[in-house]
Design a protein around this ligand. Sequence first.
Ligand SMILES: *Cc1c(COP(=O)(O)O)cnc(C)c1O
Length: 411
Amino acid sequence: MVTRQDCITLDQQDALAACRDKFALPEGEIYLDGNSLGAMPRHLPARMQEVMVKEWGNGLIRSWNDANWIDLPKRVAGQVARLIGAGKDEVMVADSTSVNLYKALVAAVRLNPARKVILSERGNFPTDLYIAQGVAEIFNLEIRYVDSTPEPVLAGLDDSVAVVMLTHVNYRTGQIYPMQEITAKAHAVGALALWDLAHSAGAVEVDLNAAKADMAVGCGYKYLNGGPGAPAFVFVAERHHKDMRQPLSGWHGHVRPFEFVLGYEPAPGIESMQCGTPPLLSMLSLESALEIFDGVEMSALRKKSVALTELFIKLVDEKLSPYKFGLASPRDSAVRGSQVSLTHEQGYAIVQALIARGITGDFRMPNILRFGFTPLYVSFANVYDTAQAIAEIMESGEWNQDKFLTKKAVT
Ligand SMILES: *Cc1c(COP(=O)(O)O)cnc(C)c1O
């Protein structure tokens, strides 16, 4: 049996333990929802105060030059590139994940105009599939939905497919799709591969160029901790830059945005993936938040992430076996991201009872309790206390109260 003391010992040996102090988590908070909204870096309020007062308040429009706002998307993209195995000139930070998906997906189908199919899996994140539906309507394409494991995806790849669009780590189960294998099969049948890294960037090791990925998008406010609604990123492999054409032809993607000429002419590289003026404050927040990753190797983060999720599954096996929980995540850590999802018919109420105890995970329909283990700020003792709290909530029937059973707007 794993004891709490064992977990405290693991924390003492943890090379990343000091990172936790870089976040302003409330005293006693156990935060297992960094996969939905990352925690706030401790230094950010001071940085944002400086941005507001100095750069905006005093610098006014001059800050576009004096504070280098104009280069900001490119700068932040450089910080993200290292985390996802991309070249600095292959990434742009802009817009939201949904909007970037739209731009990238249209660019992909335009690169493969003879093909009629977008391939994805049924269990993909809804916005990804909704965006695909919108693109399919405009370009008169078909969406081929396959079951949510790698085998049907591989089997669904044939010479009718223009692009396969997948989320690398499934948001519901945490299953990792084999990026290299699926991309290779896509290329073998003449399709492109577009990866959503919303649950990967900053949490699992990603090497887009080693996998020869064509395009990718990802989220700034989850494991990258950029703040609520922080801008997202988009990757396009350099080999496609010459021919790609994204649909949102706004002035920030123009080759000479400040010449105010008649007629759109896209910038030659990844710059053309921009559209309009970026949300500067949010992007400055993301830039500052990403500094926490300086000097942190993704391999070390991944190692701790695996240790945290392995420990949680072990504790679930030890403490929760009488209570009819299922494991929705893979048992094999090699194909599991930085989360563990359990199933239980009272999942919603159990998550609410945990939140009332200061332990925040979340619930996903129909019966999934989702726990994200952000390696930068979750401790091994946090994992122990969570499993122990679930056992107590089940043992006492604490979950079975009206206030926990009534659903709120955001789960
Ligand atoms: C969180 C998430 C998104 C979010 O998209 P937004 O445009 O930021 O709302 C998209 N895709 C996946 C897979 C996600 O997990």
